[in-house]
Design a protein around this ligand. Structure first.
Ligand SMILES: [Zn+2]
Length: 303
């Protein structure tokens, strides 16, 4: 399925599931202590008591979970989001705040934030081949930055280099190491390119149900400890991730049954003649079918 289908299907289904499991509205589901932190303390999640900010966090966690499995495909939506949002931010910033004045503090802030988005996307693997140009340019800029930092360090007069405090030396070394890691990742094509080289390639390990369940368990266990003020975010992330696998299991290609391998059968949730071709009219039909089905499920199970 396409990224936008996963995003909308995953986030909506997850919020519906959280409402269902956590709501006191449904006597059968009750108010569950579904979420335990590392000490085993139950965290009760009751929907009517949730603050708007928690709902936002739940939606965000679900959105991240619903897009993350496609981190195995260079140029997928999850890898392009930072650069796309940075581009929007830059356009809006220049129009409404920064203005066209190069070098003004507002414009510098806008440019720095949008450069951060470009770097994040390049590290995730946002270059799908046809958009390599900007990422190569970024790599050259990083190389020049590293070279000038090293040169500054190397070509200082000996006495001055010696008088640099240990703190400064460590900071420069740390900065160089960071630039090396970022540049190395970008040169390798980003995380998506690295995962795509693993057996199974796209729809390989990140689409394996075992990996999805392990990440969901990790979300349930670690969520309350990492985000104590945001109950349910770990669960929302895990459910969002599983919705992605479920949606891809409705396509013709399916997902790995166990771990990826060429001779293993794949997992399908639909009979052969109704499986969806990604990006086709079938996917549009899918997008018209799931909302009423979801509403029906919530209504029927809630009675
Ligand atoms: Zn996928």
């Amino acid at each position: 399925m396409l990224g936008r289908t996963h995003l909308i299907f995953g986030t909506t289904t997850t919020l519906a599931a959280v409402t269902f499991f956590a709501s006191g509205l449904f006597p059968t589901a009750g108010s569950h202590n579904l979420i335990y932190d590392l000490q085993g303390t139950p965290h009760t999640l009751t929907v009517p008591s949730l603050e708007p900010i928690v709902w936002l966090a739940l939606a965000f966690a679900a959105a991240v979970g619903s897009l993350l499995p496609d981190i195995d495909q260079p140029g997928s939506l999850v890898t392009r989001i930072p650069a796309n949002r940075a581009r929007d931010f830059r356009r809006a910033g220049i129009r409404y705040g920064g203005g066209p004045v190069l070098g003004s503090p507002a414009r510098l802030t806008v440019d720095a934030v949008s450069a951060g988005g470009m770097v994040a996307s390049a590290m995730l693997g946002g270059n799908s081949g046809r958009q390599r140009g900007p990422y190569r340019l970024l790599l050259i800029v990083l190389a020049i930055l590293a070279a000038s930092l090293a040169a500054m360090f190397r070509w200082l007069p000996p006495r001055q280099a010696l008088t640099l405090s240990a703190h400064t030396r460590h900071s420069v070394a740390f900065l160089l190491a960071c630039i090396a890691v970022v540049a190395g990742l970008i040169a390798a094509g980003g995380i998506a390119h690295l995962i795509n080289r693993l057996p199974g390639h796209h729809r390989g390990f990140t689409h394996a149900p075992a990996v999805g369940l392990a990440l969901t368990a990790a979300g349930l266990i670690l969520g309350p400890s990492l985000f104590p003020a945001l109950p349910g975010v770990g669960a929302a992330f895990g459910i969002g991730y599983l919705t992605h696998l479920a949606a891809d299991a409705m396509t013709i290609k399916g997902i790995p049954l166990w771990l990826p391998g060429q001779h293993r059968p794949s997992l399908h949730l639909l009979p052969p003649h109704v499986r969806v071709q990604t990006g086709s009219a079938g996917e549009t039909v899918f997008n018209f079918v799931w909302p009423p089905v979801l509403i029906l499920l919530v209504v029927l199970t809630g009675r």
